[in-house]
Ligand binder design. Structure first.
Ligand code: FAD
Length: 485
């Protein structure tokens, strides 16, 4: 596709990096205040990976860019509100290309929130309920801004864990969870904290929207808005960096894919009213999650990425088994077969969701969410289980992994001889096992496993939700026919 600069809203990697060089932000990492992520060695590599994500859309412009319906400018297709089955298929392909770049390890590349806000804007009627027309209008305008500026955004939907047996508003006397403390004609003021905001150091903006239901009396906690990362009073405290500033040979994944997670702290932050989408409507707080179609759309994004990550895990297992010869044992084949089953069932769920997709009552094309609801409980178990299977396939080989420095040092000859495998020379075998260990065993690997268990809530609650939402009419009728004989 020929693109002229005038008509392209989608940013390049360099434009994204320029954005990060702009306004100072307040990021705390290991006691250090960081205002510009590119200037810190622990953050720079992931920022450059995200720049590659932005470049990717230009390399695959035919598949990843399309004109915005109102302006005609070329934007990433994940910003577009789907209006047909083809739109869903095109969006899946764009997400897949993005995910493949990091083997699915970066879960929160900007497409995640592009999809979320496109579906929110597509169903602004839900946001407008109970007199919130202005909030809905703000949201639609913000989604266009996100799209036209091709923003990198982070989000924080959960309040911190203080005492989960209590409603959020009652935990720590209601002072910890994000809440509104004041209002003027031009802005609202908010205070408190939210966990977590993945990608925070690499985002242009922070978005806040609901993550759980709240009680009718907790209106001051019922908030949704978006603000630039450099907003005064907005602070982020990062976990340890898992980014390894080592030769890429040693840590092929940790050296570039640590998307970082941080707690967001709002120290009396002023949010302009034009950026407030919801303020005080506790019913709306639940409805924008249940009634906008967010669930089906975000699972379309999430399981496309999960399919890529499962395929990567399967690829690792297959290549390891064929490198050390264990692939000839039938129980190893069974383990590889289990991994393939998970890949294939995920692919089938995507195909089935798209095949059964339909125009919802708000005019947005919606995937059939039933296969996704079933996967939402299973995926948090499948991906960690794949890591367990990889351990069983690779055995102690994960520990036979000299570093680049060893490979280049006086032991080079011994390594070439003693680390050879039936299916690969020493260097290829070591590369493969180091890659797999960085996936299952490094700090980043451990974080990846936790991410899969929780990033879309937990498996238990999601399986229970699937049961609650399931259409039970056919199963019931099968049983009922025998109860009336
Ligand atoms: C790596 C990572 C990155 C993340 N990134 C983001 C992000 O970018 N943005 C964002 O908003 N969130 C993010 N999250 C947070 C995610 O939304 C939450 O982890 C998830 O919603 C689960 O909530 P929680 O962690 O507070 O766990 P909790 O709700 O505290 O649950 C902990 C355990 O207690 C159980 N439990 C809790 N409450 C109940 C209950 N009422 N009944 C029964 N059991 C219960 C759970 O099942 C679970 O086993 C991230 C999480 C991880 C791990």
């Amino acid at each position: 596709m020929a693109t002229t600069e005038k008509t392209v809203a989608a940013r390049t990697g360099e434009q994204f990096l320029d954005g990060l060089r702009g306004d100072a932000r307040e990021i705390w990492l290991n006691g250090e205040k960081i205002t510009h992520p590119l200037e810190h060695p622990a953050l720079e590599a992931a920022a450059r990976t995200l720049a590659r994500v932005y470049d990717l859309q230009h390399e695959h412009a035919d598949e990843m860019l399309a004109p915005a319906p109102d302006t005609g400018a070329l934007v990433n297709v994940t910003h577009l509100i789907p209006r047909s089955k083809e739109d869903l298929e095109r969006r899946r392909r764009a997400v897949e290309l993005t995910a493949a770049m990091t083997a699915g390890l970066m879960g929160r590349t900007p497409d995640y929130l592009n999809v979320t806000f496109a579906c929110f804007a597509g169903r602004s009627d839900v946001w407008a309920r109970r007199g919130n027309e202005q909030g809905a209008e703000n949201l639609v305008a913000y989604q266009r801004e996100m799209r036209d500026r091709d923003l990198s955004t982070t989000h924080s939907i959960m309040n911190p864990q203080v005492d989960r047996t209590k409603p959020e508003a009652e935990q720590a006397a209601g002072e910890v969870a994000l809440h509104k403390i004041g209002e003027t004609e031009t802005h609202i003021t908010v205070r408190g904290a939210r966990m977590l905001a993945t990608l925070a150091p690499f985002a242009d903006e922070l978005t806040i929207y609901p993550g759980s239901d709240i009680r009718p009396q907790d209106g001051r906690y019922a908030l949704s808005f978006a603000i630039p990362m450099g907003t005064p009073g907005l602070k982020f405290i990062c976990r340890d960096s898992y980014s390894k500033q080592r030769d890429r040979f040693d840590y092929p994944l940790s050296s570039r894919f640590d998307e970082m997670d941080a707690v967001a702290i709002f120290d009396d932050v002023e949010v302009p009213k034009g950026r407030v989408f919801l303020d005080g409507d506790t019913e709306g707080y639940s409805e924008v999650i249940s009634d906008t179609g967010w669930r089906g759309h975000i699972m379309h994004q999430a399981f496309t990425r999960a399919h890529v990550k499962l395929s990567f895990a399967f690829g690792l297992g297959h290549l390891i088994a064929n490198t050390t010869g264990v692939g000839r044992f039938d129980h190893i084949q069974e383990k590889l077969g289990q991994m393939w089953n998970m890949v294939e069932l995920t692919r089938s769920a995507l195909v089935s969701a798209e095949a059964g997709s339909f125009l919802d009552e708000g005019g947005v094309w919606y995937p059939d969410d039933r296969p996704f609801l079933a996967l939402r409980g299973e995926m948090p178990k499948w991906l960690p289980y794949c890591s367990e299977l990889l351990q069983l396939i690779g055995g102690g080989g994960f520990m036979c992994t000299p570093s680049r420095a060893d490979m280049d040092g006086p032991m080079a000859e011994a390594i070439a001889k003693y680390y050879q495998a039936g299916g690969a020379d020493a260097e290829r075998r070591i590369r493969l096992f180091r890659l797999a260990w960085d996936y299952i065993g490094s700090d980043l690997g451990g974080r990846g496993e936790l991410y899969e268990r929780f990033y879309l809530s937990d498996s238990w609650r999601m399986t229970a939700l699937a049961y609650k939402l399931a259409d039970k009419s056919f199963p019931e009728s099968l049983v009922e026919q025998f109860l009336h004989e």
